[in-house]
Design a protein around this ligand. Sequence first.
Ligand code: BGC
Ligand code: NOJ
Length: 815
Amino acid sequence: MRYGYFDDDRREYVIERPDTPLPWINYLGLDAYVGVISNTAGGYSYYRDARLRRITRYRYNNAPLDSGGRYIYLRDNSSGEYWSPTWQPTQRALDTYECRHGLSYTLIGSSYAGLRAEILYMVPLGETLEVWRLRLTNERDTPADMSVFSSVEFCLWAAQDAMTNFQRNYSTGEVEVDDGVIYHKTEYRERRDHVAYFACSEPLAGFDTQRDTFLGPYRGWDRPAAVERGESFNSVAHGWAPHGSHHVHLALAPGETREVIFVLGYWENPPDQKFDPPGSHIVNKTFVRPVINRWLRPETVEDGFERLRQSWTSLLSPLQVDTPDADTDRMVNIWNPYQCMVTFNVSRSVSLYESGIGRGMGFRDSNQDLLGFVHMVPERARERILDIAATQLATGGAYHQYQPLTKRGNNVLGSGFNDDPLWLILGVSAYLKETGDASILDEQVPYDNAADSAAPLYEHLERSLGYTLDRLGPHGLPLIGRADWNDCLNLNCFSETPGETFQTTANKNGGAAESVFIAGLFVQAAKELAGIADLRGLAEDAISHQAEAEKMAGVIAEHAWDGAWFRRAYDYFGNVVGSSENDEGQIYVEPQGMCVLSGIGVQNGLATKALHSVREHLATSHGIVLMQPAYSRYHVELGEISSYPPGYKENAGVFCHTNPWVMIAEAMVGNGDGAFGYYKSINPSAREEISEIHRCEPYVYAQMIAGKDAPTHGEAKNSWLTGTAAWNFVAISQWILGIRAELDGLRIDPVLPDSWPGFTATRRFRGATYEISVTRQTTTGGRVSHLVVDGKPIDGTLLPVAPSGAVVQVAAVIA
Ligand code: BGC
Ligand code: NOJ
């Protein structure tokens, strides 16, 4: 069952009924000002850091789900009837409803009782504000006497504190209302120099800034007292819950359309010019007022919307494909890169499943997010790499996370996730392959942001590799530390205390838990670093990194091959994990994917065997589960993984992030049907028609789909913020379609499903544009052996780098 459809031409997903199985959300804002918005206008906004600079308040896990947001109420003053054009929060049954989630904007339209409303929500490029543009049309043949009420609840900035420290916070709230603009200025009197503001383009009939006055005692958002009675209370908040609501009267002739613009924004004043007059406590509005005035003008909004849409056309232009499969096209051309942009921007901090207070930017996560983002805005990828590297520790280790506002490592979570440093090599390598900009390797970057510790980025990469080599266990495999990619495989944790977090509990010392996954990742990272060393003319480094890769591959073959698949780990006591010797958790997907994509076993047949085992034991019609058999009970020596009920999350859920590794591995062994079959099984667009089972948004990947051991097999959870986005983009574009940036050029080496006659693509790479056409001459399998470039054949599949500005015609034949 579907709840909407894709409008590919407009690059929108159109939701046709408001009661989707879960709130289906979108993101507004590509830089400092970010908002989450649902299909019924729920959600919230923040500036740079959702934990420290929250602008509007949101209550997660609320009942009803997703209440609180960017609400507009419409009231027919002749009848007293009122409703929400976004359905929530009044839930009045609307005559028509449509939500169009586009790229960085959302349009919600509806009609009720002859009044048609359309609201555009967007954050204009380069601004720290959001615009809500309401267009209201009277479709009756009589005049309509209408009231419009806006509503947002302000957050007192520090999100965690604002939802816990009520004894203080009920007394700190302050606002100002000046010339129709509501300013939220809690704590501005002391150390803050920022305010939020909420403005309206029309003359006000009234306003409210105290939530409980606007709503009335013991009332919810579904029937605010001000709206019900048709008149604001002009309340001024002192303490309690600061709120913003405007009241506008609109008299609409039959057929008439009126436009009302609301602007909600964030503003910082210079610390020495906070107040006007100086010495008072009144917010200085000299700097912000021109910005507000500009964005209240319809032409500014129209132009801003147009610029936003154009910017997405250009962001998506580096790769556009035309394949025989619509689900592939719309994911590769539109939604997958869009999700990659969002994961790059917000990491794992803000969604309907991440509260914005728990997690900052992940070291591992952000490096992987780069893989799907770097081709869109390489300059921002470069900046991110340098930020991440500056949090690296002098040991080569890494904080697991850092705060985006301060760019400092997060001490609470600490370090010791021993895979973390290796991902930096993969991130930098992806940047170099895309841009050819080797100057980044010479950038001076500190360790742990400490003064006087700066060293060239290249040295950071060396230390990343060294960090693994300094921590090898009894089999010569890397020690796992707190955990590796699988945050829940906590082999040194041994937690017996209820509620203790597995992520931070002190590790037991003296054990020797080793990770085969890190070993596989190390092989890949060492090979990448060898390539990078070559690029710098450091032939000896390159040779030694290559040798390290080979040595580790040898250790894996000797100590981690289980007979039909790669083992997962050795635990604290040296017992094997992920082996046929185990009762539960015999085979894990991660080492199969990571070892094969690192090239291990591709020559000698182990790769094919491992992939066969994946198909036999782990593949389902809803994707590949993380391991089998699921843990049926808690294993203290394994940690969080066995804390989940079977079939969920790391305990044998389809942890989607791992699936593209297997797609890549299948492509590496030449199995196009296998790779593409896995791709389709988790492609959200391909799952659209089972939305009642999948339940999450059909336009983005979710972190997890419940595995076959769960009663809800096929149900997705934790949409949006997942490494699945970047890795699926890599799998489909670079390995199945086979268009892959390398240090020396652009590789064209597709591994397609047998049923495809070919495809075409346009790829912009280092300033040149490649018009690529791939055709198939075989009925099954086959690879490209040479390319025809502007009419001339060249051997092999690597396109040399063309001059910037060139348009290159490339033909490839699968034979
Ligand atoms: C989840 C992991 C996640 C970790 C991070 C765990 O509970 O299962 O997927 O990475 O928390 O906090
Ligand atoms: C989610 C985390 O963000 C990611 O870093 C981790 O690899 C997976 N969980 C698997 O545990």
